[in-house]
Design a protein around this ligand. Structure first.
Ligand SMILES: Cc1ncc(COP(=O)(O)O)c(C=O)c1O
Length: 427
């Protein structure tokens, strides 16, 4: 059967960004013909024993409690499971000196859902026909933002400024405030901090500057804190989570070991939360209450924040060090390779300046030596202009073992040397 699709149907039945590449990766792994691959493409977090145990313990407590029937046998409020909302309000008020009430908090089935609500409530056409843009102030950013809007023309990303330390082979993206426009055509602003794919952490000053640009136009600023403190605390550099009238602090428990349960959290202005909540009621009523109930226990006891800084953060920080040292040892000095500063998240981001191939061709070459990464061009949603840089980067996941990462980087260095040499020889 081949039913006629609407515009939205056509739009939403396509895979965007990295999800399209994942198909190629899964097929490659399946058709391996005995070839062993070092898979540095995964976005799925590693199952860390201490983290799994925490969720197991919270589940055992829930099963043994009177609460169990109430949690799984009944519908609940769209806003979320009350004990979880209370645990978050209490934790954040104490930790950051805030005055949150339960009306400032919404629980969603994963944070991707939250961005979908926001993208279509604040981005797109207003009732008077004006286009409200979804502004990504610093591209590259999370590939999933490419699929959240029903109105693709609403998504607009800005090229970053580049902070380069060529001799150290390191660089960092910064928002380019000389270009960034936030005005009456802006519906809302969205960025991840720490950033997937780059590991970048916008500084506190950069965040305040963006929020200040948005304030006079009544524009919400959604800060995707899927990797931030207090959980999963995957920031390797100091950062203060930002709060403020127009800031919506968006979190996910996925990287804190609970991706299967789909728990996203929005903390922000009451009216903004109300709009997102109604969107959710219409779409799916509410998030699964089992995940919310075990999260309430892990947050209220302080165990989740503790395990985040004691176990999750050091685990990935060490992996980043392995990428760094392996590349420093194996990569040719004379080639302009630049690793993004590792400030957080679970990825390393490598820029091969003047790469003689596209990122996609380079990804294919790496596959031939048994290494799978993600080509970088999928991480520029909303950036329509031609920019060679978009085809010169790759994302390396920090979810493999130290040994696999080290071998993967050595093989990558060899391929890099070959492709640049070949290009030089043919000039
Ligand atoms: C930056 C960022 N935001 C949002 C998400 C979506 O997470 P979830 O829907 O599992 O909360 C991810 C997942 O990888 C991510 O990396």
């Amino acid at each position: 059967m081949n039913p006629v699709l609407t515009q939205f149907g056509a739009q939403m039945s396509q895979l965007t960004g990295v999800r399209a590449i994942m198909k190629d990766i899964i097929e490659t792994l399946r058709a391996g013909d005995g070839q062993e691959f070092i898979n540095l493409s995964a976005g799925n977090p590693v199952i860390l024993p201490e983290v799994e145990q925490l969720w197991r313990d919270c589940t055992a407590e829930l099963l043994a409690s009177n609460e169990y029937g109430e949690v799984v046998c009944r519908y609940g409020s769209s806003q979320g499971y009350q004990p979880l909302i209370e645990a978050i309000a209490q934790d954040f008020n104490q930790r950051y000196g805030l005055k949150l009430s339960d009306r400032n908090i919404l629980i969603t089935p994963g944070s991707q859902a939250l961005y979908f609500y926001a993208a279509n409530a604040f981005g797109g056409y207003t009732t008077s026909g004006n286009l409200k843009q979804i502004v990504l102030p610093l591209s590259p950013d999370y590939t999933g933002y490419g699929g959240v809007t029903l109105i693709p023309e609403a998504l607009v990303a800005y090229k970053p400024a580049l902070d380069i330390d060529a001799s150290a082979h390191r660089f960092k993206y910064r928002p380019d405030f000389s270009q960034l426009e936030i005005n009456e055509t802006t519906g809302f602003v969205l960025f991840s901090r720490p950033c997937n794919p780059t590991g970048n952490v916008l500084t506190d000053e950069e965040v305040q500057k963006i929020a200040a640009l948005a304030t006079p136009h009544n524009v919400p600023v959604l800060i995707d804190s899927a990797y931030a403190s207090p959980f999963p605390a995957l920031n390797f550099t100091d950062m203060t989570p930002a709060f403020g009238d127009n800031i919506v602090h968006c979190m996910s428990l996925s990287k804190a070991g609970l991706p299967g349960e789909r728990v996203g959290i929005a903390i922000g202005d009451e009216q903004v939360i109300r709009v997102l909540e109604s969107f959710q009621t219409n779409l799916c009523i509410h998030s699964s209450r089992y995940g919310q109930a075990i999260a309430a226990r892990a947050i209220a006891s302080g165990a989740l924040a503790e395990i985040s800084t004691q176990v999750i953060r050091p685990y990935y920080q060490e992996k980043f060090t392995v990428v760094e040292t392996s590349l420093d040892q194996a990569m040719p000095q004379e080639i302009p390779w630049l690793l993004h500063r590792g400030e957080g998240a679970i990825f390393a981001w490598l820029w091969l300046q003047d790469l003689p191939l596209t990122d996609w061709e380079f990804y294919q070459r790496l596959k031939q030596v048994g290494v799978i990464v993600v080509p970088g061009s999928s991480f520029f949603p909303g950036l329509r202009e031609d920019w060679p840089h978009k085809q010169q980067c790759i994302r390396i996941s920090l979810t493999a073992s130290n040994e696999e990462i080290a071998i993967g980087m050595q093989r990558l260095a060899k391929v890099v040397a070959e492709v640049y040499q070949l290009a030089a020889a043919s000039e």
